[in-house]
Design a protein around this ligand. Structure first.
Ligand code: HEM
Length: 422
């Protein structure tokens, strides 16, 4: 496999390549000249799937923007017009709406894959950290976008989440006024949210570019987590992984379009088909499903529970909840250092593997609690699940890394295959 520029017979390609080596760039990034470990499984499909969805979201978003009106008096009706009068407007909107959920499904799987196979460890720490920032940018984009249809959940979701910032000492109230562009969620809020919702996906593109740049420096990790040895452990990305990614895309499309055509409102909230009304608060304000675990963490800090904490004199329960919610994502930046084990893949880490799955279950439990009203047993279960989330990352992960005795690790990908074939 050589990374030297390719020779083209076609005079047009030759002409372009000589002036701008774009084809050899593609070839060395996702083509026959890019070496990829030979044992990547289907969990390695989700990065490219996320990339495809990002492109679909931008394409459909641009068309929606042509028909959408960012004004509190017209926003809701302009979305209804897209659904009823604009040619294929319903399709474009349903793809965009469900695309958001597909995006988070792919990225969450992509992240748990990274955790399971230790892809965040040396030398891919920065690749992982950029990933965490991608997640934050995605969350911001999704939150801002949900406000645009100006339904009841748009309005009340925006009110609840932006009001959280008022818990920040001294500057909180001023910050909320700045976010709102006034003294409540209103027309200036909708305008700035629309502007930022249009901007952020391009920031995401930039972040994904840097993410892939970092990926190409040390190339992909693999299910065994061992260093791949040149040349026997590698195969050319094209055609082996281009075809595998294409197959994954087909499966995703079936799943994705299944929702778009047969259950387009499955992930949605019926209340968002009611126009925003500042005078009527919905009985249950729930965020989109992909925010539910974080919402559960936010609500775990109830005043009666927090007053027994040693730091209770420092801050309000509300502020503690807000900090914990942000910490739940930001702590992932530290994961490469919290994990003290040198072994990457959980295939060779019998104890850590069990705790990994308990952690996954805990995240799902948090999601379930986030969807429930904050009352009775749901509160205490949410508090235990929140405690466990941080306990896992801050205490268990470092401790298991020190105490666990990993299974014998193969020297390379090929030796593992040859050994198992013997
Ligand atoms: C827009 C969202 C994202 C896109 C388009 C994206 C894209 C990709 C692609 C194409 C790959 C190579 C294929 C693969 O390993 O699946 C990759 C690898 C990776 N990504 Fe992402 N990514 C995104 C978000 C994230 C997030 C949120 C994280 C973690 C917080 C993350 C962490 C990683 C890691 C650690 C790798 C290396 C995996 C390995 O080689 O084992 N990515 N990403």
């Amino acid at each position: 496999m050589s990374s030297s520029p390719i020779e083209f017979k076609n005079p047009v390609l030759k002409w372009v390549e000589y002036r701008l080596p774009v084809f050899s760039f593609i070839d060395s990034s996702v083509g026959g000249s890019y070496p990829a470990p030979r044992n990547l499984n289907y969990w390695w499909n989700f990065g490219s799937l996320a990339g495809i969805i990002l492109a679909v979201m931008v394409a459909t978003g641009i068309v929606l923007a042509m028909h959408y009106t960012a004004h509190v008096d017209y926003a809701f009706d302009s979305v209804e017009r897209i659904m009823r009068d604009v040619n294929y407007g319903w399709l474009i909107r349903y793809i965009h709406m469900n695309g958001g959920s597909m995006f988070f499904i792919c990225v969450y799987i992509h992240m748990f894959r990274g955790m399971y196979y230790g892809s965040y460890k040396e030398p891919r720490e920065l690749l992982w950290i950029i990933g965490v920032f991608i997640l934050l940018a995605m969350m911001a984009t999704a939150f801002l976008g949900y406000v645009l249809p100006w339904g009841q959940m748009s309005f009340w979701g925006a009110t609840v989440i932006t009001s959280m910032f008022s818990a920040i000492p001294y500057v909180g109230d001023a910050l909320v006024t700045l976010l709102w562009g006034g003294f409540s969620v209103d027309n200036p809020t909708l305008n700035r949210f629309y502007s930022l919702h249009y901007l952020l996906p391009f920031v995401l593109f930039g972040l994904v570019f840097v993410h892939l740049w970092a990926l190409h420096v040390h190339r992909s990790n693999n299910p065994l987590g061992v260093e791949a040895r040149e040349p026997e452990d590698f195969i050319p990305f094209h055609p082996y992984y281009t075809i595998k990614d294409l197959f994954g895309m087909g499966v995703l499309l079936i799943f994705f379009l299944g929702f778009v055509f047969y259950a387009p409102n499955f992930f949605g909230e019926p209340d968002n088909y009611i126009e925003a009304n500042p005078m009527v608060t919905p009985a249950h304000i729930v965020p989109e499903w992909y925010f539910l675990p974080f919402y559960a963490i936010l609500r775990a800090f109830t005043a009666d529970f927090f007053m027994y904490w040693p730091v209770a004199w420092l801050m309000s329960a509300k502020l503690a909840g807000v900090l914990a919610m942000f910490a739940a994502t930001l702590i992932l930046v530290l994961l490469p250092w919290l994990d003290t084990s040198k072994v990457r893949s959980n295939k060779f880490r019998p104890i850590n593997k069990q705790f990994f799955w308990i952690f996954v279950a805990d995240c799902l439990l948090l999601g379930y609690i986030g969807a429930k009203p904050a009352e009775g047993n749901f509160i205490i279960i949410g508090q235990i699940a929140t405690f466990y989330y941080f306990f896992h990352l801050v205490v268990l992960v470092p401790l298991i890394g020190i105490l666990e005795r990993p299974k014998p690790i193969p020297e390379s990908i090929s030796t593992a295959v040859i050994k198992s074939a013997e």
